[in-house]
Write a protein that binds this ligand. Structure first.
Ligand code: ZN
Ligand code: ZN
Length: 335
């Protein structure tokens, strides 16, 4: 079976139509006819070979929504015709300590959807059964794609740290990740503070559920947040001010948690950590069970990412839009 995809043929290349043969299906694999696929900045990093280990032709795309068209002979709990979503991870070893504990996302042998295989900017994709997450009937499939990578990245800590409705949360950065984090935190029942560098985003952040918005350049305002938060979720790539401002804003035992890669090493003094018994941590996307819980949570609370739509054939236009930084906030490519 031939797959019609879009591939970068070389490092930093534009995406071009590209066909490949799928071959025979594995015992625990499912084939998916793709309805749409979200575009995430990680796709751009891989197209540009920012991690220096990419192979070309390269088919990006890791926020897939579609319907199962075929299953392997050992697939028990997925069926043909079922709508599923797939994120960054397309397979797990299923037998390691992490997989047995439900932490598949931390499995050492996890497989990225487009490393050594081909991703979701295509009409079809093949993945392991566990990584194809059933999409609940009530959830709008057109806007569900961005939940599969961006969404689960910011939802995962709510599950990992048993966040309570009485917790006070700050979200730094109102972008592709941050705007979803605000919606999740609000629906979770928490007090939500958004921190942004851009005054133009104040009203937007409030419309997503932020109870208050603080401007990150306003040092006095940040200082006034002393001992305010149980969690600060950092979704940006950099912060030009002093990290002690954020550490001081944590309540005792509070946690500064990173949900993206910072462009510089962290510079935080031990004193900042020790005095309030505070923590610094980071996490990648979540595992299959956390993804399923997230989709059910979004369905129950009518949470959808803010999305701009493009046709799959407009993939290069969508990439330009993403790079412009103007997109509000996630981009979805439709077949
Ligand atoms: Zn992503
Ligand atoms: Zn494993």
């Amino acid at each position: 079976m031939k797959v019609k995809a879009y591939a970068a043929l070389k490092e930093k290349g534009v995406l071009e139509p590209f066909e490949y043969e799928l071959g025979s299906i594995g015992h625990d694999e499912v084939d998916i006819e793709i309805e749409n696929c979200g575009l995430c900045y990680s796709d751009v990093h891989y197209i540009d070979n920012d991690f220096s280990n990419n192979e070309y032709p390269f088919v990006p795309g890791h926020e897939v929504i579609g319907k199962i068209t075929a299953i392997g002979d050992q697939v028990k709990d997925r069926h043909v015709g079922q709508r599923v979503g797939v994120g960054f991870q397309a397979g797990y070893c299923k037998t390691c300590e992490c997989c047995y504990s439900g932490d598949h996302n931390l499995c050492e042998d996890r497989v990225a959807i487009f490393v050594g295989r081909n991703g979701g900017f295509a009409d079809k994709v093949r993945v392991q059964d566990l990584s194809a997450i059933p999409v609940p009937d009530g959830l709008d499939p057109r806007t569900a794609g961005p939940l599969m990578c961006g969404g689960i990245t910011v939802f995962n800590p709510f599950v990992q740290y048993d966040i309570k409705p009485t917790d006070k949360i700050a979200i730094f950065g109102i972008g592709g990740l941050g705007h979803m984090a605000i919606k999740f935190a609000k629906a979770w029942g928490c007090e939500v503070t958004a921190i942004t560098g851009s005054e133009s985003k104040i009203e937007e952040a409030k419309s997503y559920g932020a109870h208050r918005v603080v401007i990150s350049d306003d040092i006095d305002a940040l200082k006034k947040l002393k001992r305010s938060f149980d969690y600060i979720f950092f979704t940006g790539h950099a912060f030009k001010g002093k990290w002690s401002l954020f550490m001081n804003a944590l309540r005792p035992k509070g946690r500064l948690h990173f949900l993206g890669l910072l462009s510089e090493p962290l510079n935080i003094s031990m004193f900042n950590l020790l005095r309030g018994q505070n923590s610094i941590s980071a996490s990648p996307v979540g595992g299959p069970e956390a993804m399923k819980r997230m989709l059910d949570f979004c369905n129950l609370h009518s949470i959808t990412p803010e999305v701009e739509f493009f046709k799959m054939s407009e993939i290069n236009k969508a990439i330009e839009r993403l790079k412009s930084g103007e997109a509000r906030y996630r981009l979805v490519l439709e077949n």
